[in-house]
Design a protein around this ligand. Structure first.
Ligand code: C2E
Ligand code: MG
Ligand code: MG
Length: 712
């Protein structure tokens, strides 16, 4: 990098020496200096004012000014440029004083040779430039220090604050006077953080980014990032330290909030699955080291929660969940964990518990508290729950195992009607495994065409003719053989698989009916009944699907009947009514199945658009020895007659039973006495000639039977 020529002002009254200096500075320097000469101070000052010089080389005895005053004036106008003075001899006292007063260097008059003179001037200029730069940089740092938005401090080796910037005062709320001289630890919220700082400083001399908690004058806690250096390390610096403090309280709060949110359920504030599993795994670890510190796991699932959500809306559902969370928490001790796994599933981890008996008491208390009535959306409401209880034993070592076991026990509680707790036992586990197997098989069964329908005739009580069939599903399981609905329908219902399965049943039954009518095996009056499960009834698409099936299979709607149970209607009466009305509008017939086992509500009979009432088969089974049941069936059939709808008595197995119900005058009967559920071909044969291969009964057999009974 080439730099500008050095400009030198030579002030000397001695003309010859001035010329010598001129030659020496221009010819002796490379590149040559630019030299201006002045014999008088006046001229020198004028030159200095006109243009800046890099250096002044002066003999202090000028024509119009002598001695040190000359220096003072030259320094004033030199604008910071170094002034080198000529001295008489080496021991001349004036140049010495001149040096004290600001001259840069001195050159003896008798040694004006090119090399020392050029070197002296060049050195003076260089040194001056460096000093200037240093001063500038110091100034810059000072400004930085003062204007930094981060708090900056200097402390001595006894941790006393020596200097603080404005940001530090603002951040901590102290004035400079209140801080200077005070211990740095005043600003730390935690003594341990300061100790960590000191440790790192003395180990490595610097701390790049230490997260510390600090405290303001009003006692507010701050999260800060601190960077510091030990000042002993700086050249010439005294020992101690200096640091920059960056306030990250906001960010830290957000981080902590995120961390909390990641481990807690938003709705209830309870620990979520992740945190819960964490605690459970910890409990398992502790237990495996100290088996005498047991713990117990409760798995709780609300009963009918889906119904609440679907009917009363999600805000009502949320309210129920929050209430549940609060109640559960109130039942446990501080060290226990109540967490929400998701949905309406809660898990309670009881640690340091004395016995399973104690856990049972807690579970009972939870059920009792939950069951208390409260108001929800203006209605009186109560919640029940099913609780499964498991605890660590030799067989189960992992958190997952324990959760699964408690879940299985919960499931058992649920299938017994809910509102109760069940303790896990290994047999339950085996049942659950088999259930799982069936479930996974069930998922594939539809695609593999493993289902088939049987058709059970329904006969008119007055004519003895077959008026219709009830389609009953069977599953030809590849390993387990033929399964009846009781073996898989509940599971299909629970998993939702009943929806596609039910639609398959409807389509297949409709197809079969059309085939029979088209081939004239069945008359126009035959009605095909299919069972509609609760889940299907609540499925919003069911009406469209049924309509599509009727259309596709070209079956008259009034040839199809759907059987629903009272329980299905009760799950959500409003929706059920709307759904049944829509189905009824399609022209489909509707039958209330298994009547008499549940609510047997007259109101339901009025409210829903029913064509037929089917008396549950359990009544018929008891007719032989229970006059009371006979009375009940009589009432039901009379009720149907009164409402102008059909009645079917199902499950008629013996002629004795038939004799008893005869006088009750139901519209129709169905039962093993007439025919078991039949394969399609057998059902067609039964229609054709009243003969079922399984049990040879002629057409009109009922009429014959009735006649014979009448004669008897
Ligand atoms: P359900 O609708 O009450 O059907 C009548 C059940 O009673 C049938 O059992 C039938 O075989 C049986 N049964 C008929 N006559 C007699 C008799 O004289 N004595 C005795 N002991 N039983 C008789 P199944 O086929 O085992 O069906 C059981 C239940 O499974 C049905 O009860 C129905 O609720 C359900 N189900 C059957 N098929 C389907 C279906 O396709 N979808 C749905 N959602 N449920 C179905
Ligand atoms: Mg039925
Ligand atoms: Mg039934």
């Amino acid at each position: 990098m080439g730099y500008d020529a050095i400009r030198v002002l030579v002030a000397d009254a001695d003309r010859q020496r001035a010329e010598t200096l001129h030659t020496l500075l221009t010819a002796g320097a490379d590149p040559p200096f630019e030299v201006v000469s002045a014999a008088r101070l006046d001229d020198a000052v004028r030159a200095l004012r006109e243009d800046p010089f890099d250096a002044v080389l002066a003999d202090l005895n000028l024509r119009d000014s002598q001695g040190l005053p000359t220096l003072a004036i030259l320094l004033t106008y030199a604008g910071g440029a170094p002034v080198v003075v000529l001295s008489e001899r080496a021991d001349d006292p004036i140049p010495l004083r001149a040096l004290q007063q600001g001259a840069h260097d001195q050159l003896p008059r008798d040694q004006l040779y090119p090399t020392p003179v050029v070197r002296s001037i060049r050195y003076a200029v260089e040194q001056n430039r460096t000093e200037l730069a240093l001063r500038e940089s110091e100034q810059r740092y000072r400004t930085l220090f003062q204007q930094s938005r981060d708090a900056v401090y200097l402390a001595d080796d006894a941790h006393r604050l020596v200097e603080v910037n404005r940001a530090a005062m603002e951040l901590f709320g102290y004035s400079a006077e209140e801080l200077i001289g005070r211990d740095l630890r005043l600003l730390f919220a935690d003594e341990a953080d300061h100790a960590a700082l000191e440790r790192q400083l003395s180990a490595s001399g610097a701390v790049r980014e230490l997260e510390v908690r600090m405290r303001t004058r009003e006692g507010r806690e701050l999260w800060c990032l601190l960077a510091a250096t030990a000042r002993g390390q700086l050249a010439g610096g005294s020992s101690g330290s200096q640091g920059i403090i960056h306030d990250v309280t906001e960010r830290k709060r957000a981080e902590l909030r995120l961390e909390h949110d990641a481990l807690h359920d938003q709705l209830t504030g309870l620990p979520n699955r992740a945190l819960l599993m964490n605690r459970l795994e910890h409990a398992v670890r502790v237990w495996s080291r100290q088996p005498d510190s047991p713990f117990v796991l409760l798995f709780l699932d609300l009963d009918r929660f889906k119904w609440v959500n679907d009917t009363l809306g999600h805000d009502a559902g949320d309210q129920v969940l929050r209430r549940t969370a609060g109640l559960l928490r109130s039942c446990v001790r501080g060290g226990d964990t109540v967490g929400r796994l998701g949905g309406d599933e809660f898990v309670v981890l009881l640690e340091g518990i004395g016995s399973v008996g104690e856990a049972i008491q807690i579970a009972e208390r939870m059920l009792r508290l939950l069951d208390r009535p409260y108001r929800l959306k203006g209605r009186e409401f109560y919640t029940t729950a099913s609780i499964g209880i498991s605890w660590p034993a030799e067989r189960s070592w992992s958190a997952e195992d324990l959760i699964r076991e408690a879940d299985e026990a919960m499931y058992r509680a649920k299938s017994h009607g809910g509102g109760r707790y069940v303790l896990f036992d290994p047999a339950m586990h085996r049942a659950a495994v088999s259930r799982l197997e069936v479930e996974s098989d069930l998922r594939q069964a539809l695609g593999r065409e493993e289902f088939m329908l049987l058709y059970q005739p329904i006969l008119s009580m007055s004519t003895g003719r077959t008026t219709g069939f009830e389609a009953l599903v069977r599953w030809n399981h590849p390993r387990r053989g033929t399964l009846v609905p009781d073996d898989f329908v509940p599971l299909a219902e629970e998993t939702g698989l009943i929806v596609p399965l039910g639609l398959w049943v409807l389509r297949e039954a409709a197809r079969q009916l059309r085939h029979w009518t088209q081939t004239r095996q069945a008359g126009e009056e035959i009605v095909m009944s299919c069972n509609l499960s609760p889940r299907q009834l609540l499925d919003p698409t069911v009406v469209d699907q049924v309509a599509a099936i009727l259309r596709d299979e070209r079956v008259r709607p009034d040839r199809m009947m759907l059987e629903v149970t009272e329980t299905a209607l009760m799950q959500d009466p409003e929706q059920a009514a709307a759904r049944l009305d829509a189905l009824r509008d399609l022209g489909i017939r509707l039958c209330l199945d298994d009547f008499g086992t549940g609510y047997s509500s007259l109101a339901h009979l009025r409210r829903f658009p029913l064509d037929t009432l089917k008396v549950d088969r359990s009544f018929v089974g008891r007719l032989d020895h229970s006059p009371r049941d006979l009375q009940l069936v009589a009432t039901i059939t009379a009720l149907a007659r009164h409402l102008g709808i059909h009645s079917i008595i199902e499950g008629v197995e013996t002629s004795g039973q038939l004799a008893r119900i005869r006088s009750l005058r139901p519209s129709e009967v169905q039962g093993f006495l007439f025919a078991r559920p039949l394969m399609a071909d057998d059902a067609a044969a039964f229609l054709r000639d009243g003969r079922a291969d399984v049990r040879p009964i002629r057409r009109g057999v009922l009429g014959g039977l009735l006649q014979r009974l009448g004669q008897a």
